[in-house]
Design a protein around this ligand. Structure first.
Ligand code: ZN
Length: 409
């Protein structure tokens, strides 16, 4: 299994200058390689370009100052970006040529396989980088003992902070998925509530209004400063910190929520996102919510994989319209929050009904029979209060707040 572990670096000034020099040399090489490739009609294989690096060094002195593996990774980066572009083209999206990188858009370098080492002499951990030196590193959580470190990416964030991200491999036995999953759950992700599941949990979307306001304020302040001045630069960092803060909090919420489901269940059923986005959302909110759901579902999928939990993404068509009890379809605009079946009389929260449909499709996909509890008995709104309490006990402080407010809905 592959993981990334990210740590803060605190290089003293001289080392920071050295790092910046290395990053900028890599950036120039990136642009040079791009230029070379644009000149030819026939794009050579990556290793052919990598083999030319020693020749380049004969007239380009700065390249000799950078570890050779790091330079090879620059070439790889160009090629990776090219394949990403190609992949997008196949999907019919409009793409331009790869762009020349200005310093602000090129802020990292990568050591692969060699040229780096984590050291811990005299109790102070450092990251040794070949041709750069030993940089103090803050190991806030240990890398697993049986892990192999494959590479390290050193990056200067827009906030000015340096980070090292280790790509590690851990040999571990993935637990087997149970043949007859007992603890099963269907989750409906939505706009008004972040998620609603078949155990009656309603999880409210996290409230980041304060963070958004702070960001907007910071951006307003930035626009009043003279572009490029020292004050402007300072304020730009404040803006970057606000962005980073929001991103961190969002990620944190998604991590905790996905951990919870992967840990507590044998089978988790969700809607297949690609089709979901097209269904009931108006344009603008679709993109933002869609991106967040995508992140959530990816996290959920790999965490289920790790825990040996079935992860099923089902066809989302009609999950809202169908009655979870009898299967009859009724049209239901977004503002109708209750499901009330004209055919069998089943009544439930709209999202609870959808979650039940998602679960039964998930069970069908995995080929598990499931008939003990019918939605009529279990999807009653009163569940919300009881189950939310369980999340409170097992969850995190942030999650606690959100679910607590979901109860009052
Ligand atoms: Zn019905």
């Amino acid at each position: 299994m592959h993981y990334n572990y990210k740590y803060r670096l605190t290089p003293p000034e001289a080392l920071e200058e050295e790092l910046l020099f290395h990053v900028d040399t890599c950036r120039q090489l990136y642009n040079h390689v791009l230029h070379l490739l644009n000149e030819t009609d026939d794009i050579p294989a990556r290793y052919e370009v990598q083999e030319r690096l020693p020749d380049l060094k004969s007239w380009w002195d700065d390249l000799g100052e950078v570890h050779s593996k790091v330079l090879q990774m620059v070439v790889k980066r160009v090629y990776d970006n090219i394949s990403t572009l190609k992949a997008q083209k196949e999907n019919g999206r409009a793409v331009g040529m790869l762009k020349w990188k200005p310093p602000r858009e090129y802020r990292s370098l990568t050591y692969n396989q060699s040229g780096f080492e984590l050291k811990n002499t005299s109790g102070r951990p450092t990251l040794w980088l070949s041709k750069i030196g030993e940089i103090p590193i803050h190991i806030h959580r240990d890398i697993p003992e049986n892990a192999t470190i494959k590479q390290v990416e050193v990056k200067r964030e827009t906030t000015g902070e340096w980070y090292a991200t280790f790509g590690i491999n851990v040999d571990e036995d993935t637990p087997e998925k149970p043949e007859n999953p007992e603890r099963v759950v269907g989750i409906d992700v939505g706009i008004l509530k972040y998620a609603h599941d078949t155990d009656g949990y309603a999880i409210k979307s996290p409230d980041f209004r304060e963070e958004h306001e702070r960001l907007e304020r910071a951006q307003r302040d930035l626009s009043r400063k003279e572009h490029g001045s020292a004050n402007w630069e300072k304020q730009r960092q404040v803006v970057a910190e606000c962005h980073a803060d929001l991103r961190r909090k969002r990620q944190d919420f998604l991590h905790k929520l996905s951990n919870y489901y992967a840990r507590e269940y044998d089978l988790v059923a969700v809607e297949d996102l690609d089709a979901k986005g097209l269904i009931e959302l108006p344009g603008n909110s679709r993109n933002r919510a869609g991106a967040a759901w995508g992140t959530f579902l990816r996290m959920l999928e790999y965490k289920c994989e790790r825990k040996g939990t079935h992860f099923v993404a089902v066809d989302p068509r009609g999950t809202t319209k169908e009655c979870a009890s009898c299967g009859v379809k009724t049209d239901k605009p977004l503002w109708v929050r209750e499901h009330s079946c004209p055919s069998c009389g089943f009544e439930a929260d709209r999202d609870a009904n959808a979650a039940w449909n998602i679960l039964s499709r998930g069970l069908e996909d995995v080929g598990v029979g499931y008939s003990e509890s019918t939605p009529v008995e279990t999807a009653l709104p009163v569940d919300t209060v009881v189950s939310a309490k369980r999340v409170v006990e097992t969850g995190s402080p942030t999650l606690k707040e959100r679910t607590a407010s979901a109860v009052s809905e």
